[in-house]
Design a protein around this ligand. Structure first.
Ligand SMILES: [Zn+2]
Ligand SMILES: [Zn+2]
Length: 448
């Protein structure tokens, strides 16, 4: 009697890759497919596969979260997980292992390679695949519950459109800097305010957040502040201002903090840990304001604005946001290295780059990073950042109205940045682009 065929669940939001993997595996295994992490989790519970092949960057639920669920206490005992992604950053490979992935296969792959890894994990014939070394388990030592999400205040749409503007509070990437040569563009790290009437929508919590907090305190002088904070990713340059935001210390204020589930646990836990006593004297639980951590699974409707997200190509999890509000569209996408530039030109990388362009298309303003010249990029490839040439190409392909280049390198002086931005504008003109491109400066306000 032959043994029943092993069951494999393929989870990928890319239809072509999903079918490809199913075609490769079907002759030997019983295969079911799922279109994203959420669908994958539901099908895994109902169908109980022996092995799950999962992508990382997917809408609704990403692959790290799916790994955690499959291997967690309510997961599937004994299930094997093969993570397959075009992201080949070493951070992702080790994070996938920590989240519960048993092996990692970089896309695009050869059919034999997928079969070899799957057979290895299932102990069929070929030697068992090597498990990548797990990261030191620093991040699982403290499992404090995140505060309960503050109720999402859905403001009803008002009669006429509310005034909308963008203000830059931090335009530096990687590390804050301060000297006379950088004063023009500013030295604080990533923080952008999008104001819709009285409601601040804040993108990233770099050191620029501190001054935004002071400004809100003065402006609201006693009236409660209700705002929404969107965090693209949680590297230091995007969260370091968080504990210094004075409106968090006022019990009358309410903020929802939006991002996706972390690679090693909940969003709330990441912020709780970032304010643990080793790093900061006041724990998150002592902040007076009502804070809600919201892990996005799709678009969010705030009443005054609709916000969607898209995964970016950066070590670890990183997302960009598209906001549709009052008849305007603003897209914020920081920290992104074009797929084709990092992994080489392939059908897949071109399709992924096209998705990023499509995400921003139709925007009145795109706020996006470009940190390096091509010469600098040559020695910083794989750091997860873009060049001025990349930004120009993006502007030409997307045809967006305006593009603010931000996340300036801390080593770039005002003089260098003026030249880099002028170079980027020149490339857009040469390529027949229509986008008005400028360098984001701290304090700059743009009415939309
Ligand atoms: Zn950054
Ligand atoms: Zn980063």
């Amino acid at each position: 009697m032959t043994e029943p065929r092993k069951k494999i669940l393929v989870v990928d939001d890319d239809e072509m890759l999903r079918s490809l993997a199913a075609d490769i595996l079907s002759p030997e295994f019983e295969v079911t497919v799922a279109v994203d992490g959420q669908d994958g989790w539901e099908k895994a519970q109902a169908w109980r596969p022996d092995l799950v092949v999962t992508d990382l960057m997917m809408p609704r639920m990403h692959g790290y979260e799916l790994c955690g669920l499959l291997k967690g206490k309510d997961g599937l005992p004994g299930v094997k997980v093969l993570v397959s992604s075009s992201k080949n950053f070493s951070t992702d490979i080790s994070q996938a292992a920590t989240a519960g992935g048993d092996d990692y296969l970089v896309k695009p792959y050869m059919p034999e390679e997928l079969l070899k890894r799957v057979r290895g994990l299932l102990g069929l014939g070929a030697a068992a695949a090597a498990k990548p070394p797990p990261e030191p388990d620093l991040l699982t030592t403290m499992r404090r519950a995140a505060p309960a999400p503050a109720e999402l205040k859905m403001q009803p749409p008002s009669d006429g459109p509310l005034p909308v503007y963008v203000r830059f509070w931090g335009t530096r990437g990687s590390c804050p800097t301060s000297n006379a040569k950088v004063a023009g563009y500013g030295g604080n790290t990533a923080c952008v305010e999008l104001r819709v009437g009285d409601t601040p929508l804040i993108f990233d919590c770099g050191t620029g957040l501190r001054e935004l907090g002071d400004s809100l305190r003065t402006e609201f002088s006693g009236r409660p502040v209700k705002g929404h904070i969107f965090v693209g990713h949680t590297h230091w340059d995007h969260i370091q201002g968080f504990p210094f935001f004075v409106p968090f210390y006022n019990p009358a204020n309410k903020f929802n903090i939006f991002s996706v589930h972390g690679a090693h646990g909940s969003l709330g836990r990441i912020f709780t840990q970032s304010m643990s006593l080793d790093y900061f004297p006041i724990p998150l639980s002592s902040l007076g304001a009502k804070l809600g951590f919201v892990e996005m699974k799709g678009s969010i409707d705030l009443g005054i604005a609709k916000v969607t997200f898209q995964h970016m190509n950066h070590p670890g999890i990183c997302i960009g946001f598209r906001v549709e509000t009052q008849g305007r569209v603003v897209t914020y996408m920081s920290d992104h290295e074009p797929f084709a530039k990092l992994g080489g030109v392939s059908d897949l990388s071109l399709r992924q780059d096209a998705e990023i362009v499509a995400f921003a298309r139709g925007s009145d303003l795109v706020i996006r990073e470009a940190q390096y010249t091509e010469a600098e990029y040559a020695i910083r490839k794989g750091w997860g950042h873009a060049t001025y040439d990349d930004a120009a190409k993006f502007a030409i392909e997307s045809g967006v109205k305006r593009m603010a280049v931000t996340h300036h390198d801390p080593y770039h002086t005002d003089e260098m940045l003026d030249a880099n931005i002028e170079y980027c504008r020149g490339l857009i003109r040469q390529g027949g682009g229509v986008t008005d491109c400028f360098g984001a400066r701290e304090g700059m306000r743009i009415d939309l």
